[in-house]
Write a protein that binds this ligand. Structure first.
Ligand SMILES: NC(=O)c1ccc[n+]([C@@H]2O[C@H](COP(=O)([O-])OP(=O)(O)OC[C@H]3O[C@@H](n4cnc5c(N)ncnc54)[C@H](O)[C@@H]3O)[C@@H](O)[C@H]2O)c1
Length: 508
């Protein structure tokens, strides 16, 4: 059951988030009271909303009558006591535990006993915010994403004391407001800010290891991974300082679990003022005359691609790739094999999808020079692929295989022999984090995937992607990454070993 629209919603804190949340609630039909501790800030936010709606009317996205009706429902107020009639209070004040506790402590005295105290905190524990209150069961997280009117995700976060009926009502209310709510438990980073960490973290590691430059990582994540933006362009948009401090906060909140260790390189960027777009320079230069560096590509001029290969094993998720290679002129002869990852044998060299091991180890195991290829989300659309080779693979053989991918319409990014290359490694670590969130009961598979798609625009939920790739392959990639680095960071979640019996994630 959602909050009836005749019930008043109060928004405390009229900054970037508070203003957006007030807009969403008022558009849904509620009377909205807006309060801010800074003099004139609530009135200023109401004025800004006036300008937002004037633009929406100008662009034909709202009628004048609708805009007038929405704006009439928003009332800036001067004191906290004015919020007494509110049935739902959404707090969006500064991110400080003591301030949030104090605000809710006062509101408990002012508002009705059944009023819901929702907090928009991004990182604080809901349980801790509720602790000093008389009615901690009324406190719940209602985590909007910025900008609140545009981004559909709302994480509805329960602390240890939250009454499930309160969480249900907030969930249904967010849905009635046109949002895509998901349930989460009060754990560090909730869903999105926890599961997304490897998206930045693995890109940073690849660059730190000198395996590829930011432009190559971004291009592979976009063109093969299907993401709208690569990690480095996204870090530049968010700001390296902000992105680093979220990573550092999650690391600390998980008692310094090495899986969340922030990047030394990113800290250096933040400390050096290379913040990204807002400072004019980050991973890229944003000066007017600056040109975006193009990722280096494999040089294959005048080199003929191989015309035949033996395919060992089941094509599985790589079927569409082999079809593309066949259309580009490669004759493929199938041979049965029970290998987990299919392998193309060209004679002098083999080509295989990365299983998280170095090309060097694959070459040693197979007794032949190896070229390892990265993962793509959708092989019918992939416009680029990263390839690495073992040290005994001749440059001409590498160039011939690269020419084959080019003939099939893909750009080729040659990278150093880094375990798991770029997309497979990032995706496997996102899947691992999503799996761990599932294992620890942070949310259900649908909630986790919805959060990543609606909150940060992922092209597919990490768990649905794991279904597509096959859980045994994901586990193999993680196991090999873990062996390659001998680092706790890459330890696979225990649930991978039980998943086939426990559940199948849902494909959309
Ligand atoms: N900005 C984001 O991207 C984002 C996204 C999701 C959640 N959040 C969370 O939302 C909250 C607000 O963030 P923001 O970006 O809107 O901050 P902001 O700095 O833009 O706004 C905070 C507002 O709260 C007011 N305020 C401070 N103390 C107050 C008090 N005791 N009583 C009433 N008003 C008070 C300030 O005057 C200010 O106007 C934080 O908890 C933040 O973590 C932010």
């Amino acid at each position: 059951m959602s909050l009836p629209t005749n019930k008043t919603v109060a928004v405390v804190g009229a900054g970037a988030m508070g203003q957006g949340i007030a807009q969403v609630a008022a558009e849904a039909g509620h009377p909205v009271l807006l309060f801010d501790a800074a003099d004139g800030q609530a009135a200023a936010a109401a004025e800004r909303l006036g300008r937002v709606f004037a633009r929406l009317v100008e662009k034909g996205k709202r009628t004048q009558a609708d805009a007038d009706a929405v704006l009439k429902r928003v009332t800036p107020v001067a004191t906290l006591e004015d919020l007494a009639p509110a049935a739902l209070i959404v707090e969006a004040v500064v991110e400080r535990l003591d301030v949030k506790q104090e605000v809710f402590g006062k509101l408990e005295e002012i508002c009705g006993a059944d009023a819901i105290l929702a907090t928009n905190t991004s990182s604080l524990s809901i349980t801790a915010i509720a602790r000093p209150l008389k009615r901690p069961a009324r406190v719940v997280g209602m985590h909007f994403f910025n900008p609140a009117p545009l981004l559909p995700l709302v994480e509805v976060v329960s602390g240890l004391s939250t009454d499930p009926e309160v969480a249900d009502l907030v969930f249904d209310t967010a849905a009635a407001w046109g949002k895509s709510p998901v349930f989460a438990t009060s754990t560090p980073g909730f869903i999105v800010n926890r599961v997304a960490r490897p998206f930045y973290g693995e890109g940073l590691r690849i660059v730190e290891e000198g395996a590829a430059d930011p432009a190559t990582v971004d291009a592979c994540i976009r063109d093969a991974g299907g993401f709208r933006m690569g990690p480095f362009e996204l870090m530049d948009l968010i700001g390296n300082d902000v992105n680093y401090s979220v990573s550092a906060a999650v690391f600390e909140a998980f008692s310094y679990d090495p899986r969340y260790r922030p990047s030394v390189l990113q800290k250096e960027m933040a400390d050096g003022g290379l913040l990204g777009r807002k400072s004019g320079r980050g991973w890229y230069d944003y000066a007017q005359e600056a040109e975006r560096p193009e990722p280096p590509e494999a040089e294959t001029a005048d080199i003929a691609p191989p015309d035949a290969a033996i395919l060992l094993g089941e094509p599985g998720p790589w079927s569409a790739l082999f079809e593309r290679l066949a259309e580009a002129g490669l004759q493929i002869e199938r041979q049965e094999d029970d290998c987990l990852f299919p392998l193309l044998d060209f004679g002098p060299v083999i080509l295989c999808p990365t299983d998280g091991a170095h090309a060097e180890s694959i070459a040693e195991a197979e007794g032949k020079p190896a070229i390892v290829m990265d993962l793509a989300l959708d092989w019918t659309k992939a416009g680029r692929i990263a390839l690495a080779r073992s040290s005994n693979c001749p440059a001409e053989d590498f160039a011939r295989v690269a020419a084959l991918f080019q003939a099939a319409g893909m750009k080729v990014s040659p990278v150093e022999d880094v375990p798991g290359l770029i997309v497979a490694r990032t995706a496997a670590m996102l899947m691992n984090e999503a799996c761990d969130a599932l294992y620890k009961g942070v949310s259900d598979p649908e909630g986790i995937d919805t959060a990543m798609k609606k909150g940060v625009n992922y092209p597919i939920g990490p768990l649905a992607w794991a279904d597509r790739l096959g859980h045994a392959r994901v586990l193999e990639i993680l196991d090999n990454l873990c062996d390659s680095y001998r680092e706790e960071r890459y330890r696979p979640c225990a649930l991978w070993r039980r998943l086939p019996e426990v559940l199948q994630f849902r494909e959309e």
